[in-house]
Design a binder for this molecule. Structure first.
Ligand code: SF4
Ligand code: SF4
Length: 451
């Protein structure tokens, strides 16, 4: 029986036959932020604007933008689109590293379309098989690495307190493009184009995923469930997936289970996957994901386990500098839950804002990552899960030209301001980082007095 690693090797061989920078995710996987009119393929590159004029006649232009077609052309010619640096960083590390280009292209929603995609003209309009959409950015959380682009709570806080005194502009208040879309609040042209596209898109989908904001606070999420339930010819090959921060009232989780359960029983979908975001454990997790209440989170998880035991659950972890210390505790919790339901953890290292990257930490913190890896290996986590954390460790140990001096200064400025705005206490919550924080603060004061 071939293993995950054998499959990846074979997929890489097939990709290389087309070109060394070919990646099926650029054609077949898309995230569309309908609330703001932005898209990216896959979710790693930064988003770009969807030109409104093309949508009138071709709603698939929500995915097939001129910019994306240019990136596809580069890939077919063996050139590396700079926007895919997430993968090139991994592939350029010493050793044979597995990048998301290989993992995603190996996935069932991609692999079987390899020759179809490779043989299509570079500027063809491609019907994606993995579609993720965000209908709204209504969100009750203000995760420290998120921004006003994705969370309405972040917008409110920025309007109240203004910009952060950091060099990074990651948290800047909404862009002019977005203000333009907000003018059409009740008649969003991107959402309107999406529902026009849906009848031709739905039959060929392998995965349809709703992201946010917080999707369970958006009426369109429940409209998707209703549309599938009422469809005369449902697509039983499609995975329905919904992201959630799981900090929403339990009655919404019950409503979700009540909607999805008949879709599974009547085989109107292949499976249901719930993506739940959590980065670490305890007060440190609650500090990172502001709005998170771990007690409510666990109540909501128990509710799903009781009402929808057939659901697959993936914990999405954005591995960042504040999550490293308690990560093993989080894994221990996960190991218990894994015994009750089909649960996976998917770990990606955080890149933005750069001052929250694990690269900001001193090398000694690598031992926490190593201990977490050992725990995963001893507790039957899958190859897929373990490889994701191995990649994090490789990234942590690699030389990438990260400007530690600048980002440590931003780190101090940012969390000092977060403490003030949110009435929280960084040093009390992260005693393991106290020495570093105070040192970086002293360094910053020296920089400011000599500037
Ligand atoms: S090369 Fe990597 S970053 Fe680019 S689309 Fe593929 S998986 Fe995403
Ligand atoms: S839950 Fe998601 S959308 Fe909301 S603040 Fe956190 S990362 Fe952003």
């Amino acid at each position: 029986m071939s293993t995950f690693l054998d499959d990846i090797k074979e997929t890489k061989r097939q990709l290389d036959k087309v070109s060394p920078s070919f990646c099926l995710a650029k054609w077949l996987q898309v995230t569309i932020h309908l609330h703001s009119g932005y898209t990216h393929s896959c979710h790693h590159p930064i988003m770009h604007k969807i030109p409104l004029d093309e949508l009138k006649d071709n709603p698939s232009a929500l995915h097939n933008t001129p910019l994306k077609k240019e990136q596809r052309k580069m890939m077919l010619e063996g050139k590396r689109p700079p926007e895919c640096g997430y993968c090139w960083n991994i592939e350029d590390l010493p050793g044979k590293n597995i990048s998301d280009r290989m993992v995603k292209s190996n996935d069932y929603w991609a692999k079987e379309y390899m020759s179809q995609v490779a043989n299509a003209p570079w500027d063809a309009n491609i019907q994606p098989t993995y579609v993720e959409v965000s209908f709204s950015k209504i969100c009750n959380f203000k995760c420290c690495y998120c921004s006003p682009n994705f969370s309405s709570s972040w917008v409110s806080e920025m309007l109240q307190h203004g910009e952060f005194p950091t060099r990074s502009r990651h948290h800047s208040i909404i862009t002019e493009d977005e203000l333009e879309v907000l003018k059409h609040k009740d008649n969003n042209p991107y959402i309107e184009a999406f529902w026009r596209w849906w009848p031709t898109l739905y039959p060929s989908l392998k995965v349809f995923r709703v992201t946010g904001g917080e999707p369970l606070l958006s009426k369109d999420t429940f409209k998707v469930i209703d549309e599938i339930a009422a469809h005369p010819t449902p697509n039983p090959d499609m995975e329905l997936a919904i992201n959630s921060n799981f900090g929403i009232p339990t009655k919404l989780v019950e409503k979700l289970c009540k909607g999805v359960s008949p879709l599974l029983k009547e085989k109107k979908i292949k499976n249901f996957r719930l993506y739940i975001s959590l980065d670490t454990w305890g007060a440190q997790a609650e500090y990172i994901r502001s709005g998170l209440d771990l007690e409510l989170f666990q109540t909501n998880l128990k509710t799903v386990m009781k009402l929808l035991p057939e659901a697959d659950i993936t914990f999405m972890c954005t591995y960042n500098a504040l999550g490293v210390v308690k990560f093993k505790q989080f894994l221990a919790q996960l190991a218990k839950w894994k015994k009750k339901q089909n649960i996976l953890i998917d770990i990606s290292y955080l890149r933005h804002p750069e001052f929250m990257s694990i690269k900001v930490l001193p090398k000694e913190f690598g031992r926490y990552i190593e201990e977490s890896l050992a725990f995963m290996e001893e507790n039957n986590f899958t190859d897929y899960e373990i490889n994701k954390l191995k990649r994090v460790l490789e990234y942590f140990n690699s030389e990438t030209g990260y400007n530690q001096k600048m980002f440590r200064a931003d780190f101090v400025k940012y969390f000092t301001e977060i403490d003030r705005r949110r009435k929280v206490d960084f040093l009390k919550t992260f005693p393991e980082l106290k020495k570093e924080f105070l040192q970086w603060k002293a360094d910053l004061e020296v920089q400011e007095t000599t500037a």
